[in-house]
Design a protein around this ligand. Sequence first.
Ligand code: ADP
Length: 468
Amino acid sequence: MDGVGLDIHDELALDWDAGPLADVARGDAATAAAAVDAAVAGFDVWGSYTPAQRAEVMHRMADLIEANNDDIAMVETLDMGFMYESMKNRLVARGAINFRLYADLIVDYEERAWDAKNMANVVQRMPAGPAVVITPWNAPFMLSTWKLAPALAAGNSVIHKPAEWSPLSAALLAELADEAGFPAGSYNLVQGIGEEVGAALVADPKVRRITFTGSPATGRHIGKAAAENLVPFTAELGGKGPLVVFADADLNAAAYRAAWQFDDSGQVCLAGTRILVEESIRDEFLVKFNEHADALVLGDPRDDGTDIGPVVHPDHRANIHGFVERAAAAGDTIVRGGMPAEDSMHYVPTLIEPASNDSEVVQHEVFGPVLTFQTFATEAEAIELANSTAYGLSAMVWTTSQDRAERVGRALRAGLVWVNTFLVRDLTAPFGGCGISGIGREGGDHALDFHSDLKTLMILNGTVTANL
Ligand code: ADP
């Protein structure tokens, strides 16, 4: 491909046997140490910029993302298999929005000042220091910007470690950061394997913040490293979201949205993967769900006519199939799908009716196009089933009753609950998970708070000013 600073052969991209897409560096412990040293030096400069100066650079970054939107989207599509149109219009576009959001928030990020006990009291928000940002392979560009923007806005230098299965768009981001004018050392990219360079980065005592999105297993490793150095960390660790449909719901809208959970081959942490339907509408719902699912076209993610692209990696497709095979062996019913696609890198959208709520496929995140289907008799049972996994990232409720919407919405244990909609949210709202879905909250000032150290400054007989 031309114009993106990467030597990528897009004609090869959709054939696993055709060879690698691109060569990517494999950093080691020495790479990690060098990146942290660079970030320590970069922090001295970037951390001393005023919020307005940081905002200016971040808006330039957003401009550059917008100017390169189509190329970034294509790189991401080739690397990940996600739909090109949706990359362009949704996820890459969100990357620019993330930088603009935090550029705007940081200039309004207020310090508090008041007089008490003969003193001027001022709460200052100090940038914390170098921040390690570790991102996952799904939606790499969008999630990277979502995590990098608040760290940078707060005045921290960053060391970004993208996932080894989809590292390419991160290289573009680093190039754009240079062009946008982030000072030397403030924006660092390290490529490599999580257990190697990622582990070295999070163990480095000069790092002052760690923010991570990935699996609970890796979250535990990173949490241990953070504890060792007493470094605050946030983690967003996946989900097993319920999609609860009551008999009073707009059935067609609910069934459409349920089938839409196969989007991006189900490699979405927020997906509502456990469909819970009121018994009285079971058959009617399934007919509509199957209609919508039947209409989905598996194909080349570069084509407009395609709805679902391939999964990210052959190993991951094997992981997905392992869940389905174990489910069948344990007595769960495969209602539709249940196998890798022939002659392509897709996994066929799959619906499973589990033999019990304890089934592995109900209780564990598959991260593929595999949904489960269960029924409930009462609202209380719906809530109990919805809250019955160790996860708690997101949930969806479909009902036309406002009372029920609020009652059930409040009873669900999740960081985000959508009623009659999905994915849309105000980016200043808190974002994160309960249970094993995560620690801490991102979004708006919540992420800025995480990336800042608060100081209370007391000056005897001093006078308060708005900003010292
Ligand atoms: P998944 O299981 O969904 O592939 P992971 O949690 O393994 O996700 O990976 C998410 C990110 O964490 C990736 O960037 C990966 O390289 C990184 N990672 C994996 N293991 C470690 C580790 N021990 N320390 C630091 N980062 C890691």
